[in-house]
Unconditional design. Sequence first.
Length: 227
Amino acid sequence: MTRWLLRAAAATLAALATYLLLAVALGLLPVNRDFRPTPPEAGGVTVYLRTNGVHAELVLPAAAPYDWRLELPPGDVVDAARLAAPPPLAWIAFGWGDREFFIRTRTWRDLRPGTAVSALLGLGPAAMHVEYLARPQDYRAQRIDLSAGQYLRLVEGLRGGFARDGVGRPRRIDEPGYFDTDAFYEATGRYTLRLTCNEWIRRLLAGAGVRTAAWSPFEAALFWHLR
């Protein structure tokens, strides 16, 4: 029994080491090397990549050039009754991840082994975290200036991440958000060790033509390529 446990531990450590080495190697390997920012004065659109240190999200203008308020009405996301003086919420953030992890892990102290294991094994559905905000720099954020075409591809990618009802509306999850300005929606796909929340964002950036990593299960590589 002891020998079996030692072998299992060794195999686990070897798998973890391989995973980390692949994350570093593919995180350093760029795609879309020829990406060049298009500033607003040249017809570009500014978006932001932000992180809380672990989980990356994309922040886009809420109203123009694509009006997210039509698909995601602020009244469905923002709890205005709890905000004494709501600030202008001109931006909207999107993050993707495991549904149960999002909803059950309000803080890191709430993290339970079963929730983490379920997420890593892809046992549950995904969810989208949506937040209206006044400042993209609420977390550490990196500015990205996209061309009009790149921005539209990013919007299409984000819209494709929502699970929708029979008439095409995003399906809101009946659970409270983290703040008074956010909510959760049903999403497509499943979180796995290969497709993490940060890798999901990376695929959107790559699809839009932004320079990014070849694979990024962690958020560090996303920011490194945007320096």
